[in-house]
Write a protein that binds this ligand. Sequence first.
Ligand SMILES: NC(=O)c1ccc[n+]([C@@H]2O[C@H](COP(=O)([O-])OP(=O)(O)OC[C@H]3O[C@@H](n4cnc5c(N)ncnc54)[C@H](OP(=O)(O)O)[C@@H]3O)[C@@H](O)[C@H]2O)c1
Length: 167
Amino acid sequence: MHPITALQTEWSLFSRDVERSAVGAAAELGVAFVPYSPLGRGFLTGAFTDAGTDLSGSDFRQLLPRFTGDNAKANTALLAPLHKIAAGHGATTAQIALAWVQQRAQAHGLTVVPIPGTRKRTRLLENAAATRITLSAEELALLEPIAGQVAGDRYADMSLTSAAREG
Ligand SMILES: NC(=O)c1ccc[n+]([C@@H]2O[C@H](COP(=O)([O-])OP(=O)(O)OC[C@H]3O[C@@H](n4cnc5c(N)ncnc54)[C@H](OP(=O)(O)O)[C@@H]3O)[C@@H](O)[C@H]2O)c1
């Protein structure tokens, strides 16, 4: 038996299944949460419309169902409330997606350290600044339906994902 300090797992506006299980357990046990891919692997930044054309040949996201074809088109449309809220805050879409993860985790009483990935210093600063954004109840309500409408699984072969994860 050993206490767990932190749990790193995917959590974003596009992937919220952890809220049905791990989040409650972590809050109860005082385990910190480290949401990975908090930008939906980049999709929530609004940078992609179709991975088949927007990503280079070696980028593994071309294999992810959410990033391609009709799914990508449908998922791009889901970003509309993010863009609207971002404009209202004078923020970027990425910052709103990160503020949502932070706020959602804090609402569950979790210590949270989202880890957005970037290769660019300017985006590192931009992403860090998202901690200063507070979303209103109305804004959170606008973002609430997104996860339930995402087209496509997290991975092409869901049997490769960790046990007990869904969707
Ligand atoms: N434990 C695990 O199993 C696991 C699995 C997956 C990922 N991770 C970790 O989680 C971290 C992040 O996950 P991730 O990289 O998969 O996904 P992510 O953070 O959701 O998205 C990263 C993508 O978003 C882009 N991006 C970042 N900030 C941006 C901004 N402000 N504006 C526009 N685009 C932006 C990045 O492009 P640029 O680089 O061009 O900025 C990159 O393409 C990484 O450290 C990764 O190692 C862990």
